[in-house]
Design a protein around this ligand. Structure first.
Ligand SMILES: Cc1cc2nc3c(=O)[nH]c(=O)nc-3n(C[C@H](O)[C@H](O)[C@H](O)COP(=O)(O)OP(=O)(O)OC[C@H]3O[C@@H](n4cnc5c(N)ncnc54)[C@H](O)[C@@H]3O)c2cc1C
Length: 484
């Protein structure tokens, strides 16, 4: 016997689920949203904002990022290994989505690049504390308030367990209350948006081969363990690859001041265990490229190395690459970080009095490292004949102490797993939609395989909000059809 009855059940309250719920309710459907945790917003509470293309902010700031340019970039970046119809619909809707969010009280700082080579598609949410991490929690709050205002019934601490099917169609969702008591919600459509499997090491290993905590250090949001992906597969949805949304991670302990991370994210000497360089270090700004590049090295490890003259230069003049995620990072505290690290080498910042000692501490091949530093210092005076790094980022390593930290693959979580079409309908292995079943957000983000499209930043949250809206409007249209 069902305890609840509604038109649409939205499974989860991250930006994808919240957007689906608001859109479906705006379009006249009765909606219940079930969320596993005690709060809404999901991983996006840590982020800063969604992608928009052709927005008024870009026009005001005189940026020429058009729908056509962004579409071509995305298709070429992914080698057309992607559903072009879905990308087109998502990008085309994205500017109006920024206004849709503004309509519920979200304000934006403007349209930003993530790094020099990227396009200004990242619409950073305005907060009462300036630009910085967690800004998007303000967007989630506005979406949540709008959902409540529209009459969406939100059940927190209520994980969904199963999609209930009859004759191949969705007839309900099984969920559990906070004491684990299961109950059914009768409905005619369900939207799955449970944010991927970033906190599920077994699934990550099975699907990608990476071992969490050994060669993969993605953000693991508690609760994002692949529930929705498994529910969709169980209901007949096709299994497409689940990928880690790559973004490299500096392996530094929490006990170090933030200055350490900012200092070791700059375009300086990067080597592998063999003591050999493997890329133009200017590209470390694109954390996806960096994650992929270190994945190709022994033990999927790179080492960023600086000397004390570089550290001093940054402490005096500021760093080369300031991240908007941490615009206030004060590298003048690096001396303090080095002191702490020297006492506790387990924190991951290696401090040594010579290149030879640094090699012994880190396990990098000593002879090669000495040679690499010598060559690199020579390139600093001439030209980077090895990887063509621009001269402005060539700073020699000449003065002890020397510092190093490991860089390994990481990511924002997982992306993909559920096959969908341009209407965000979940499809079976013959590509036919399963009546009443929709998916959005990270669970259905089959957009860029594992290589996050950082050249168009905001792509992940932009996808979540826009695919949520598409799923919500399509589910509401289905309900309307069924009622006619
Ligand atoms: C540190 C960080 C910063 C980021 N910054 C940005 C950024 O600035 N721009 C950008 O584009 N992207 C950013 N991202 C990525 C972005 O946050 C995600 O792509 C986005 O949150 C995905 O939205 P979602 O709704 O699919 O999933 P999530 O936001 O992860 O939400 C999933 C929700 O599902 C719930 N859930 C799980 N299982 C169940 C279940 N069985 N039943 C009910 N509920 C369930 C979870 O509790 C959670 O609330 C960032 C990610 C991280 C980790």
């Amino acid at each position: 016997m069902s305890k609840y009855e509604t038109d649409i059940v939205v499974i989860a309250g991250g930006p994808a689920g919240l957007s689906a719920a608001v859109q479906a309710a705006e379009d006249g459907a009765k909606v219940i949203l079930v969320e596993k945790s005690e709060t809404v917003g999901g991983a996006a509470n840590m982020g800063m904002g969604p992608l928009g293309i052709g927005t008024k902010y870009q026009q005001q700031q005189m940026h020429d990022i058009t729908l056509e340019k962004a579409f071509r970039m995305m298709m070429e970046y992914t080698h057309y290994n992607i559903d072009g119809r879905l990308v087109k619909r998502y990008f085309e809707q994205s500017a109006e989505t920024i206004e849709w969010l503004e309509g519920m009280g979200v304000e934006f700082e403007g349209a930003y690049k993530y790094f020099t080579k990227s396009e200004p598609t990242w619409h950073i949410v305005k907060t009462d504390q300036g630009i910085g991490a967690r800004a998007a929690s303000f967007m989630n709050r506005a979406l949540y308030n709008k959902a409540l205002e529209l009459g969406v019934q939100v059940l927190l601490e209520t994980p969904a367990k199963k999609i209930l099917m009859e004759d191949g169609e969705v007839v309900g969702v099984r969920a559990a209350d906070k004491d684990g008591n299961e109950f059914d919600i009768a409905c005619r459509a369900a939207v799955i948006a449970t944010g991927g499997a970033g906190a599920n090491p077994e699934m990550i290993k099975e699907e990608t081969g990476y071992i969490w905590g050994k060669d993969m250090f993605n953000f693991a949001i508690p609760g994002n363990v692949g529930d929705g992906i498994k529910m969709a597969w169980e209901a007949g949805g096709d299994h497409v690859p689940v990928r880690v949304e790559q973004a490299a991670s500096n392996i530094l302990g929490m006990g170090l001041p933030r200055a350490a991370g900012a200092m070791m994210n700059q375009p300086n000497l990067l080597v592998n265990y063999f003591g050999l360089r493997f890329m133009d270090e200017e590209q470390v700004q694109n954390r996806t490229y960096l994650s992929n590049a270190v994945s190709h090295q022994k033990d999927r490890t790179g080492f960023m190395i600086i000397d004390s003259s570089i550290a001093r230069y940054y402490m005096k003049n500021g760093i080369d690459f300031v991240s908007l995620v941490d615009p206030e990072a004060d590298v003048s505290e690096f001396g303090e970080a080095a002191k702490i690290a020297k006492e506790d080498p387990s924190l991951g910042l290696f401090v040594a009095d010579s290149i030879e000692e640094l090699a012994q501490m880190t396990g990098i091949d000593e002879e090669n490292l000495v040679q690499t530093v010598e060559d690199y210092n020579h390139f600093c005076e001439t030209y980077d004949a090895e990887f063509f790094k621009r001269r402005e980022y060539m700073r020699p390593l000449v003065k002890a102490p020397y510092y190093a930290c490991k860089i390994m693959p990481g990511g924002y979580g997982t992306v993909g797993g559920i096959r969908i079409n341009e209407n965000c309908e979940v499809c079976d292995s013959d590509f036919y939609p399963i009546p009443g079943l929709y998916a959005a957000g990270a669970d259905a983000c089959n957009l860029y395989d594992d290589s996050y499209m950082f050249l168009l930043p905001g792509n992940s949250m932009g996808w979540a909000v826009n695919s949520g809206r598409i799923a919500g409007m399509e589910a509401a249209a289905l309900i309307q059809d069924l009622n006619e």
